[in-house]
Design a protein around this ligand. Structure first.
Ligand SMILES: [Mg+2]
Length: 185
């Protein structure tokens, strides 16, 4: 299988997992189980099977993501998992994104190959924009404000539902391939 040039960093909560379905351990923030948004699991598996590199960049407990990703059959799609509990910082802190790059051996020049997909302007979008990678806002969940209130909050791309990530990834991959071939126009 040909590895794609585009690298997909992704948030989990309210990006792949519908947080309104989360079942928590009593008296704890540990997620025992949770369901994916319609189309999210299929889209992520499709991207993985097509050769895109996918890295989890998520705030929460390591065990929460183990539980929800295993339950939904997505545990194996990630080349690395950067989770705030083990990272020691939360998005938008640059360490989350730098650790993700380091985990799969990317250098500064590779930043142009990376998108960060998430639902949260103040964490995912600001974090990606300030770090210098492309930000993709997913506006599926009705529980968030998607109006940027400062310049750093403006996403590079916006998608309304998980399935649209496939078309976006293919478009960006085509652009990266054209650049590499010296065919930029
Ligand atoms: Mg989220």
């Amino acid at each position: 299988m040909n590895r794609k040039k585009l690298i997909i960093f992704t948030d989990i909560g309210d990006t792949i997992i519908d947080e309104s379905t989360e079942v928590l351990a009593p008296g704890s923030e540990l997620v025992l189980r949770a369901d994916c948004f319609p189309g999210a699991k299929e889209t992520m598996l499709h991207l993985y099977e097509a050769g895109f590199t996918i890295v989890m960049v998520a705030d929460g407990l390591v065990q929460s993501f183990d539980n929800s990703m295993k339950q939904n059959g997505l545990d194996g799609i990630f080349s690395a998992k950067i989770i705030s509990e083990s990272c020691g910082e939360r998005k938008p802190h640059p360490k989350m994104f730098q650790d993700a790059m380091d985990a799969i051996g990317l250098k500064s020049k590779d930043k142009r190959r990376i998108i960060m997909v998430g639902n949260n302007l103040k964490r995912d979008v600001i974090g990606a924009n300030r770090f210098g990678i492309r930000s993709v806002l997913l506006t599926w969940s009705p529980r968030y404000n998607y109006e940027p209130t400062e310049k750093d909050m403006v996403p590079d791309e916006t998608i309304k539902k998980p399935e649209e990530l496939w078309d976006l990834a293919i478009r960006l991959e085509t652009e990266l391939e054209a650049e590499c071939a010296g065919n930029k126009h």
